[in-house]
Design a protein around this ligand. Structure first.
Ligand code: HOZ
Length: 427
């Protein structure tokens, strides 16, 4: 028995499914998850000493790779002054100033501890600000596990094939409307019927949680226009895309400014931090300035603020996003070529350093087309890659993340593994 197998056995006795989050359990791809002992750069090493090129990147935060020396130094330095105060500190001001500088649609920002808290709080605020009840989300978009958003969700909910979730009362989701992504007519129809009741439209501007799916030309602009016309708050969930697609996130890449934005992952530099922010008049509604309550013991935690501030400072260096783009393009092109050479039909969707290989002819533009992927074939590909030392997200409906630590050696190893893996699953 390997050490990972032993640990998984022990974990399952005391932790549901043996994991602290369902997406880690390998349920959709079979086998057992290796337990991670350490990670550095683009590689992680399991408890049995096996090293893998990592494309999970802790599900998004690790844009600088693992254990980046500057981030470790910042966390160490912060820790020597105390690990949590439950009181304001300079580091949260420094991170907030960076957020506001890089994301112009955010005039004020409130820190929380997870992406779920960020989206949940943003929607409460949108409802409080507008005095309306309903929200509109998109089929296959995932915004964390808050009750009102666990409807037609992507990520682990899609992977495990859970239609909604037991424990979420019908009344809680009665005000959540769902329409397909990339379908402007469906949005128009929802507004025609519910416009005066719609507090918010929440969207992943580039989807990562049904696998990577880009917005079609004009789609985000259309959402901007119809929400503005109807007095509905447009919320971009940039937990994945924030600081990843550009310093200003997807909204910078596509030139569309929402009313509110949710951030997480890279924001915390690998420690638990997230945020929601936006127009000053909307943010003025949050307590203590306004009546909409939201709070958190560890919000603005100094270690997470120090890690996030350093992660963002590192991203401000010239040429960073060009480098990430070049590496990611090489990888995506190489994967598509390797599949074609092996006679396996795939669609490789990529936006910047987010990418997904779908096992279908494509195009993949929404959750219906994403679900046309052959997930059994994906599972076999995943296992073939893992066996060759490449750790992809263990689910079809997720994005793989390229980091600045992925260099030519890691990309070559990945493409060599992919060529062999595609041949293995083809035959
Ligand atoms: N939100 C992450 C990507 N889908 C997954 C994190 C998790 O559920 O553990």
């Amino acid at each position: 028995m390997t050490r990972s197998e032993e640990l998984f056995g022990r974990a399952r006795r005391v932790i549901p499914g043996g994991v602290s989050s369902p997406v880690r359990a390998f349920k959709a791809v079979g086998g057992r998850p290796p337990f991670v002992a350490r990670a550095e750069g683009a590689r992680i090493v399991d408890e049995d000493g096996t090293a893998y090129v990592d494309y999970v990147g802790s599900w998004g935060p690790m844009i600088h790779g693992h254990a980046h020396p500057a981030i470790l130094d910042a966390v160490r330095e912060a820790a020597t002054s105390g690990t949590s105060f439950g009181a304001p500190c300079a580091l949260e001001v420094e991170l907030a100033e960076r957020v506001v500088a890089h994301v112009p649609s955010i005039e004020k920002v409130r820190f929380v501890s997870s992406g779920t808290e960020a989206t949940m709080s943003a929607l409460r605020l949108a409802r409080g600000f507008t005095g309306r009840r309903k929200i509109l989300k998109f089929d296959g978009c995932y915004h964390g596990h808050a009750d009102s958003l666990l409807v037609a969700a992507g990520s682990g909910v899609a992977t495990l094939g859970i239609p909604g979730s037991p424990g979420v009362p019908e009344g809680t989701v009665a005000d959540t409307l769902v329409v397909p992504f990339n379908d402007p007519e469906a949005v128009k129809a929802a507004f025609a019927e519910h416009g005066p009741d719609l507090a918010a439209v929440i969207v992943e501007p580039v989807c990562g949680n049904m696998g990577t799916v880009a917005p079609q030309a004009g789609y985000l602009e259309g959402l901007r226009e119809i929400t503005r016309r109807n007095g509905t708050v447009l919320v971009f969930d940039e937990v994945m895309t924030g600081f990843r697609l550009a310093l200003g996130g997807a909204q910078q890449l596509y030139g569309v400014a929402p009313d509110m934005t949710c951030l997480g992952k890279i924001l915390g530099g690998g420690l638990p931090a997230a945020a929601y922010g936006g127009r000053a008049d909307i943010m003025a509604t949050v307590a203590p300035d306004g009546p909409v309550y939201q709070a958190g013991t560890l919000s603005g935690n100094p270690l997470a603020m120090a890690a996030g501030r350093t992660a963002i400072d590192l991203l401000e260096r010239p040429g960073i996003y060009d480098a990430l783009e070049a590496t990611s393009a090489n990888l995506a092109d190489g994967l598509a070529r390797a599949a074609a050479d092996a006679g396996v039909t795939v669609t490789v969707n990529r936006v910047g350093s987010m990418l997904t290989v779908f096992f279908c002819p494509g195009p993949v533009t929404d959750y219906t087309s994403a679900r046309s992927s052959d997930t059994d074939l994906f599972g076999r590909f995943f296992q073939a890659m893992l066996k060759r030392g490449v750790w992809l997200p263990p689910a079809q409906f997720e994005a793989a993340f390229v980091s600045l630590a992925h260099g030519p050696e890691e990309i070559d190893q990945t493409l060599q593994a992919a060529a062999e893996s595609f041949r293995e699953i083809a035959g």
